[in-house]
Design a protein around this ligand. Structure first.
Ligand code: AHR
Length: 501
């Protein structure tokens, strides 16, 4: 029997980290695999609305609660001609997508994406192609999207049926331009100069934009740090965010280190903020560059990519990872990190939204269901609003091969807008339960606590087409309150949402 141990936390509503940014709960829709086609868009589906959007998927997205969606890629954007996805559908060209080895039909494009954003009430986050294209095409796209009318590109949009400008505020200046896999990869100097020029010119059209320069594709990239320093040296005053991307998976059966993946995310955030601030200091700027963590997730990158082996097929099954309970707990821990660091991570995107390393799965002509990772995101988006509080924590330690000793308890506390509090807590221990003691002294004598827990005796338990609700969060009644301290029993390997009313 595994040893039972306890951890203790205390927090005070007067001591805050930051307001939780609206953009922290972003997600991502790329033209990749079945994310768009038969994911969000399937005109022939029994639930499809007049715009071809699957209502069953829209309903799950409403429950998931993303606030912003990045589009159209990802690696895809680096070879994309945005005009292909506009105008009458019968005239749209089919093209080779070199990033994923498929054929793009362009039946879904910018106008359809904007309809999707309105249907889901999310903010659009639009990426421009700085791989095969550059400044002029980015300006054309911005003029098409945001200019009211009376010019070639804005009138073209109006002729396509969208009288009102889209008003897209948030733009990514390319995607992963440091990656050797990227179409049109650039050196840091080349990219930094391009990002600066594109950003400055885009602001001539619309000065109110929020612009994201590409940071490193992962903390493991050989140029990590040096890349951010050079890109920001070139573009510091013209951009608002630097991006970060991170995906995690267990390596060589080392599940203990996998459970502590958020340690890497913390170090990543430390490294990028330190580098950005160092550039700012050197430039004697009082401006702060924040992080857009615009791709994060668990991703089994070594798993077969599915139908990619069929060359140039349309919307094949690619990157369709099926997530386990352990994956969901690690995912929850990454979400906790984003909340803990939301003073500098002011935008983030769960990559991706449907079918492709996603919390929502669909079958063509069939049902849509929730993966295990759906639940931590949905609970964080619902209850993680307000102010993140400073938490003092004492936790037992766990030894990991990759990160050394780490806290068994990973947690964050949020003062919600309605006067309640929420603690998100992960017990990283794969074997031992943990008693979480919450000091209620500074919370005005509250004793009303509830807890929702996601765990399973089988760490590999998954939700599948055949068993869609195999893993769901359950009410955890194992809570006692005594002398101003709450005692909440956290099972081994669990994600927990504790509400204090
Ligand atoms: O999200 C899948 C891919 O991961 C994206 O296209 C790319 O930006 C990243 O490498």
């Amino acid at each position: 029997m595994a040893e039972h141990h306890s951890a203790r936390i205390e927090f005070d509503p007067r001591f805050t980290v930051a307001d939780v940014p609206e953009r922290l709960f972003g997600s991502f829709v790329e033209h990749l695999g079945r994310c768009v086609y038969t994911g969000i868009y399937e005109p022939g589906h029994a639930t499809a609305n007049a715009d071809g959007l699957r209502q069953d998927v829209l309903d799950l997205i409403a429950e998931l609660g993303p606030t912003m969606v990045r589009y159209p890629g990802g690696n895809f954007v680096s070879g994309y001609r945005w005009e292909d996805g506009t105008g009458p559908k019968e005239d749209r060209p089919r093209r080779l997508d070199l990033a994923w080895g498929t054929t793009e039909t362009n039946q879904f494009g910018l106008g359809e994406f904007m309809k999707f954003c309105r249907a889901t009430d999310v903010e659009p986050n639009m990426a421009v192609n700085l791989g095969t294209r550059g400044l002029q095409e980015a300006l054309d796209l911005l003029e098409y999207a945001n200019h009211p009318g009376g010019t070639y590109w804005s009138d073209l949009r109006r002729s396509h049926g969208d009288e009102e400008p889209y008003g897209i505020k948030l733009w990514c200046l390319g995607n992963e331009m440091d990656g050797p896999w990227q179409i049109g990869q650039k050196t840091a100097h080349e990219y930094g100069r391009t990002a600066d020029q594109v950003a400055r010119s885009m602001r001539y059209i619309d000065p109110e934009l929020d612009l994201v320069a590409c940071g490193s594709s992962s903390r493991g990239m050989p140029e990590f740090g040096a890349w951010e320093a050079e890109v920001l040296t070139q573009s510091y005053e013209s951009v608002d965010y630097i991006s970060a991307h991170a995906y995690y998976q267990p390596r060589d059966g080392d599940f203990k280190s996998f459970m502590a993946s958020a340690q890497d995310m913390e170090l990543f955030i430390d490294g990028v903020t330190a580098t950005a601030d160092a550039v700012g200091a050197k430039l004697k700027s009082d401006k702060k560059i924040n992080i857009s963590f615009d791709e994060w997730n668990v991703w089994y990158q070594d798993a077969p990519t599915g139908e990619r082996d069929e060359p140039w097929s349309v919307a094949p099954r690619q990157l369709e990872n099926i997530y386990s309970t352990m994956d969901a707990v690690v995912f929850g821990s990454l979400m906790i990190t984003l909340l803990r660091r939301c003073d500098r991570v002011t935008a983030a995107c769960l990559a991706q939204l449907v079918n492709v390393i996603a919390p929502i799965m669909t079958e063509p002509d069939g049902p849509a269901w929730r993966q295990t990772t759906f639940y931590p995101f949905a609970e964080a988006s619902k209850f993680g609003r307000g102010k993140v509080l400073r938490v003092n924590a004492a936790s037992p330690q766990l030894e990991t091969e990759k990160y050394g000793a780490v806290d068994a308890l990973h947690s964050v506390a949020v003062a919600n807008e309605d006067g309640t509090f929420t603690v998100f807590a992960v017990n990283r221990d794969l074997e031992a339960p943990l008693t979480l003691e919450i000091d209620l002294a500074s919370l005005g004598g509250r004793t009303d606590l509830t807890c929702s827990t996601l765990t399973d005796a089988d760490p590999d338990a998954k939700n599948t087409l055949a068993e869609q609700d195999r893993v769901v969060p359950v009410a955890n009644g194992d809570i006692t309150v005594k002398d101003g301290v709450a005692f909440v029993e956290l099972p081994a390997m669990s994600w927990n949402t504790i509400r204090i009313a």
